[in-house]
Design a protein around this ligand. Structure first.
Ligand code: PMP
Length: 395
């Protein structure tokens, strides 16, 4: 059968990133490629205990169809999490989703007609770029520096693209750069967007995983007129396999969102929502997150130390204050897709920068994940990468 696919479906099933991740999944490969949390920190016993309790208390209920925007008790607990993040929200402003990835997809589906402009940080989260492209968006990248998206450049961009549908940003420990947007820039971004009448989609799966620096309020905190749609997730603070995330938005937006969510999957897995709700009642989430941040701080610092030791001296790297990624730039226009091939021969992997750019690819860039490998793997992997980079740079 020759299927006549819709426009948004990629014509080629050859996907460079999928190939990279497949190569990196070989158990002999030390992989700094994927964005996986440390599995040894998943709260397995506590989740099992919460699951047993849920089945004992609510067996029939949790196996039944449920409300589209999520389990009301969990939505209430999420309003508490949001208070801790300096955002006042009511239950009606919260929607539970099947991972924040689903929120990215549904928000994009709600806003994008083919040809519409979406403004993104350059570089940005690959799977969001793919979603926006699948709905036919024209992506316009705004450059970043160590302080996040450059708001002066954004001000110019919104003058040019006055009908842009939204601005997508990851202010905390950005994927892929690990950079954090300063408080001044956050306020300025909200101001520029508001003045231009363009909504912001704030994607914050990593904000709670801060191990250094000062906690900063999300853009949503500065939003006084409902222009910011805030997304977050339990993936990085509990476990990604549970596929549980949420969004926070104005009631009027949520009413539309609810219809789209209903079309997509009626509601997010009811059982998982009850389990996480029970977990949050029984376990000190802050203490659990502290274990994660302590481990990630150690791994990030170890990796940075080894980068300074084994990579050429003129290499530049970001200094993340949390999250899971370090962004590296090798001066001199090195092709990091080629570097990847050399590295994979030496059983070490990363993601070349080319995957993350909406606009022109910045050569010499790549992303390293530090959360998923242990100390020995980090030591050996960075050493191997150092050798491979020296080979490529010398040639
Ligand atoms: N946004 C960003 C920036 C991410 O890095 C990820 C996960 N890699 C997601 C969203 C999706 O996370 P999830 O669907 O697991 O909540």
């Amino acid at each position: 059968m020759k299927f006549r696919y819709a426009n948004g479906v990629p014509t080629s099933t050859e996907n460079a990133t999928a190939n990279i991740l497949k190569a990196a999944a070989d158990p002999n490969v030390i992989s700094f490629g994927g964005g996986l949390p440390a599995p040894e920190l998943f709260p397995v016993a506590e989740m099992k205990a919460a699951t047993d309790k849920v089945f004992d208390k609510y067996g029939r209920l949790v196996l039944q169809y449920a409300q589209t925007l999520g389990y009301p008790k969990l939505r209430e607990q999420i309003t508490d999490l949001m208070k801790d993040r300096h955002v006042d929200a009511e239950v009606e402003n919260i929607g539970v989703v099947t991972g924040s990835q689903q929120a990215i997809d549904l928000v994009a589906r709600m806003m994008i007609n083919p040809g519409d402009v979406v403004i993104v940080e350059d570089p940005s989260y690959l799977a969001a770029i793919d979603v926006f492209n699948s709905y036919g968006a024209k992506l316009v990248g705004v450059p970043m520096d160590e302080d996040g998206m450059k708001t002066d450049a954004l001000a110019e961009t919104v003058k040019k693209y006055t009908k842009a549908k939204f601005i997508y940003t990851i202010p905390n420990f950005q994927n892929p750069t690990g950079r954090t947007m300063t408080e001044e820039r956050r306020k300025e971004l909200v101001r520029v967007a508001k003045e231009a009448g363009i909504p912001i989609v704030e994607d914050d799966p990593y904000g709670a995983i801060r191990y250094a620096g000062k906690k900063l309020p999300p853009l949503k905190h500065f939003d006084k007129d409902g222009g910011v749609i805030y997304l977050s997730s339990f993936s990085k603070i509990l476990a990604p396999g549970m596929r549980l995330g949420w969004l926070v938005a104005d009631k009027s937006f949520m009413d539309h969102f609810s219809l789209m969510k209903q079309n997509a999957d009626l509601h997010t897995d009811n059982l998982t929502q009850y389990i996480v709700s029970q977990f949050l009642l029984d376990v000190d989430l802050k203490k659990h997150v502290k274990k994660i941040t302590d481990a990630y701080e150690h791994r990030a610092n170890l990796m940075l130390e080894l980068i300074d030791k084994y990579f050429p001296k003129n290499v530049h790297h970001s200094n993340p204050e949390g999250g899971m990624f370090i962004w590296v730039e090798i001066p001199g226009g090195v092709d990091t897709d080629e570097l990847f091939k050399t590295c994979i021969k030496n059983n070490v992997a990363f993601v070349p920068g080319s995957a993350f750019f909406a606009g022109d690819i910045k050569p010499g860039t790549f992303r390293l994940n530090f959360s998923n490998m242990n100390d020995e793997q980090i030591k050996e992997g960075i050493k191997r990468m150092g050798k491979a980079i020296a080979e490529v740079v010398d040639n």
